[in-house]
Design a binder for this molecule. Sequence first.
Ligand code: CA
Length: 241
Amino acid sequence: MRRKVLIVEDEPDIARLVQEHLADIGCDAVIAGNGATARELFDAGGIDLVVLDRMLPDSDGLVLCREFRQAAATLPILMLTAKSTELDRVVGLEVGADDYLVKPFSVAELLARIKALFRRVDALRQATPEAVVDERIEHDGLVIDVQRRQVNVADGPVELTAREFDLLLFFARQPGRVFSRMQLLDKVWGYNHEGYEHTVNSHINRLRAKIEPDPSNPRYVLTVWGVGYKFAETVTAMASD
Ligand code: CA
């Protein structure tokens, strides 16, 4: 199965380079040089992944990212940014990007990230065939509907990005087990890269802001000082028809 990638990038040389390399890994890529074209190609449908430049002539990539995320909750989005401050990275993830690369980047690293995103999507599809029984994980007011990828807390449903959901599910399926940031990068992000541990921290913080009644005193995702994180113990896992 060939996959379709939307490359939103106003520098033609970069866009074509990425397009050529994507062809080598079995992806057909379409290129949008501005936000208006990107919206048209996106609306035409069939896009499996988006590579999205932050700075576009007519649009802010962050605005596009938010739009795409609202339209397609589980679509993998990888942002390219010339900015490398912590704040910019966090903002990119905040609007729903699954990953980001800072320019200038190596094509090999970009392809590795894209493959990792596809592996995650494939794993999710295999893990959630239509016929399986509903899996629910409940803990102290937190309810995770695994097949529907929905999360509820006492106040009602919570909107999580694809990555936030994967992270929460990964933890909740192994309550009490401690994971280092590197382990989480490896298992949830699909790559293990020194220096990206702050990505884990920012995701944990945003997840807590969404699910924890008191994020400064977490009840579900707990910090294990000097080691990493763990999910609180005594989870009720239930299967029903
Ligand atoms: Ca640009």
